[in-house]
Design a binder for this molecule. Structure first.
Ligand code: GCU
Length: 666
């Protein structure tokens, strides 16, 4: 018995599909049967079909004479497409690669686990191609076992500066491959101390083994790199990207690294940010830094993923013209076109830092000649820390559907990161992940929906939030349709509810400094004067218009004008872009202050309703799941109440304007 949950790979016994004639024989064509991924696909199908349907299918391997044509000739990393069809009494799977076969196997297993009809699903031939070439998870695991912004225990990759490889490692690969993830960065972007030694002899054997396990599930292994490794472990006194000695050191190092870890796919780099070293120290550009490394790893077919979270965290917030939100665009746009082919810029979804509501980063739709990847966070750092339920897929869908106007058509964020808009080969989506060594992997069982959902969405950006939530509930919690409805009724509105009781109208922050959980209206940690939100007795909000910091003008038209105008700016972002009087009327018809009061009272009430819905599941689902989420809900209600009270009383005292509904504000 494993001491951790199987989550959506629990493969419970099913009543329907039992007599399905197609599942007695499975034909696999187009790939080499000895490919590790194909072997794992077969293993998974055998285990899953036996457990769910008590069937032991016969597997027949063949070559396809007529290669499947799903794409329009575009190149992707490693062809991951697949086709599933029914022929005679057999289920047929075709793919160009082992990865395609593996994804097809998980597709079939999901169909059965979700009790969908095999014939309806596959009779007319289902062809699937993942939306994004790269679909990655970024672990912020430190080598001592702690996880930066981790809310579900310790790392399962590292204990006391050693790499751990065990059954859980394999099950982790299975879990994430089953939802379509094809890349994992195992260590924290803040590469400090012992972690600098990750690319030394001490860790090569284990990393090679880990890379092989991952490869068997179609997952590429990536590492975070310390930009100043030449100094930290190389004995040089510089990390200048144009210095010959520095370049020579990296060449030798990379040769060693890729020889010892042949499956390694590349590196993630956080440079010049929050105390991390980078090329700025030497008067060089971000492109100089990224290109130097990229040119060296290119010989090994690898990539450099360079983060754009570069800003001055020491900015004096009393200066109303400098603005952290501008930093990504200001730092990276001028070098559009300078980055080499195997560099990908990784850009957070918003210009600040994973707040519950932010506008989409203008850099995502600004660059025209540079590979890019969207970075989101499923670790709920600012969104309830896996105590509060906050299903983030609706937020990610909004980001993906955002029109950037960077091109005449195909200009949504999803089009850009899929590679469609600019024909980029290296692009995709990454999430800062929410896993740890807790029994249920994600602290709160319902936070598992973000891990599951992120994978599913990264593979198919057109999936609906409803379908994702339903599949998660069915596969992880229970197949009883009433239970599934209750779980989806909790998940789907949970982000909107969290937003209601936390920072209002896009202003962001107001969280406790350092921990980032709980309310502290003046708590923005990089501003010791408590002026982040610029609230006084007359109004609130940051002026980011052409009269303020000018951030709104970083967008392409018509977005720039939309955000620049207090009348046109969408309500949910209005305080991100504008400083407004409390009496300003929103599109909703409410004043800013009344919106603050109403949304906070409602948010708390609605959180109570979610908890009450969960209570109805007692005795109808596994006790362990029930109790885990119940305990989290108890803490969520304390948090929601605190936010509601603090925000409302703060703004009542500041503005002196009473609630028009006469409710008591503490
Ligand atoms: C946030 C987070 C840090 C993290 C940083 C990053 O600021 O609080 O812990 O290192 O993001 O994305 O690099």
């Amino acid at each position: 018995m494993k001491d951790y949950a199987s989550l959506w790979l629990a493969y419970k016994t099913k009543k329907n599909n039992r007599d399905c004639r197609y599942l007695r024989s499975i034909h696999i064509t187009g790939t080499d049967a000895s490919d590790e991924r194909v072997k794992n696909a077969e293993k998974e199908l055998k285990t899953g079909l036996k457990a769910m349907l008590d069937t032991e299918p016969e597997f027949i391997y063949g070559q396809t004479s007529d290669p499947i044509q799903i794409t329009d000739g575009k190149s992707i990393l490693d062809s991951e497409e697949y086709k599933i069809s029914l022929e005679g009494d057999a289920l047929c799977i075709e793919a160009h690669s082992g990865a395609g076969i593996l994804y097809a196997a998980f597709d079939v297993l999901r169909t059965i686990a979700c009790e969908r009809d095999v014939e309806a699903e596959y009779a007319s031939g289902k062809c699937v191609r993942p939306s994004n070439p790269l679909r990655m998870l970024n672990h912020w695991d430190n080598m001592d076992g702690d996880i930066e912004r981790g809310y579900s225990g310790k790392s399962f990759f590292f204990v006391d500066n050693e790499i751990v490889i065990d059954e859980r490692t394999v099950d982790y690969a299975r879990l994430i491959a089953s939802v379509g993830i094809n890349g994992v960065v195992i260590n924290n972007v803040n590469v400090k101390d012992a972690a600098s030694y990750m690319i030394t002899d001490r860790y090569f054997d284990k990393l090679a083994r880990l890379g092989e396990i991952f490869a068997g599930y179609g997952i590429g292994l990536y590492l975070s790199l310390n930009y100043a490794s030449t100094i930290e472990i190389g004995g040089l006194d510089s990390a200048d990207p144009l210095d010959e000695q520095v370049i020579a050191w990296w060449k030798t190092k990379m040769k060693e690294v890729f020889t010892k870890i042949p499956t390694l796919k590349g590196f993630l780099v956080k440079a010049d940010s929050e105390g991390r070293p980078g090329p700025f120290t030497y008067g060089r550009t971000q492109a100089d830094g990224a290109n130097m490394l990229a040119d060296i790893v290119k010989d090994y077919g690898a990539i450099i993923i360079w983060r754009c979270f570069v800003y001055n965290c020491m900015q004096d917030w009393r200066d109303t013209k400098t603005d952290r939100a501008r930093a990504g665009y200001d730092n990276f746009m001028p070098m559009d076109g300078d980055y080499h082919d195997n560099v990908i810029l990784q850009i957070k979804n918003g210009p600040m830092d994973f707040q519950i509501r932010e506008p989409v980063s203008p850099l995502l739709g600004g660059l025209k000649k540079t590979n890019r990847m969207l970075e989101v966070q499923i670790a709920q750092e600012y969104t309830g820390q896996q105590i509060d339920v906050c299903f983030l897929i609706p937020m990610f869908k909004e980001v993906l559907q955002f029109r950037t106007y960077v091109a005449e058509n195909k200009d949504r964020v999803s089009d850009i990161i899929s590679g469609e808009t600019f024909g980029s080969r290296f692009s995709g989506i990454a999430a800062v992940t929410n896993t740890g060594n807790d029994h249920n992997w994600t602290g709160n069982y319902l936070a598992g929906a973000n891990l599951f959902g992120f994978g599913r969405l990264s593979f198919d950006t057109e999936l609906s939030c409803e379908q994702i939530a339903e599949e998660f509930a069915k596969m992880t919690i229970s197949e009883d349709s009433d239970v599934v409805r209750t779980v989806t009724d909790i998940l789907l509105p949970s982000r909107a509810i969290y937003e209601k009781y936390s920072a209002p109208l896009g202003i962001g922050w107001m969280v406790r400094p350092a921990t980032h959980y709980g309310c502290s209206v003046d708590g923005y940690e990089y501003d010791r004067w408590g002026t982040y939100h610029r609230a006084d007795h007359l109004g609130i909000g940051v002026d980011r218009t052409d009269k303020g910091t000018g951030y709104a003008l970083q967008y392409n038209e018509p977005n720039a004008s939309l955000y620049n105008s207090p009348e046109e700016c969408p309500d949910e972002l209005v305080l991100f872009f504008h400083h407004l009087p409390y009496t300003h009327r929103l599109h909703s018809g409410k004043t800013v202050i009344q919106h603050i009061y109403d949304s906070h009272f409602e948010g708390y009430e609605e959180a109570k309703q979610l908890a009450a819905k969960w209570d109805t599941l007692k005795g109808r689902i596994d006790d362990e799941i029930f109790e885990n989420v119940k305990e989290r809900f108890e803490r969520q209600l304390v948090n929601a109440r605190e936010w509601c009270d603090q925000v409302n009383s703060y703004f009542f005292r500041k503005s002196g304007i009473p609630d028009e509904k006469g409710r008591q504000i503490w």
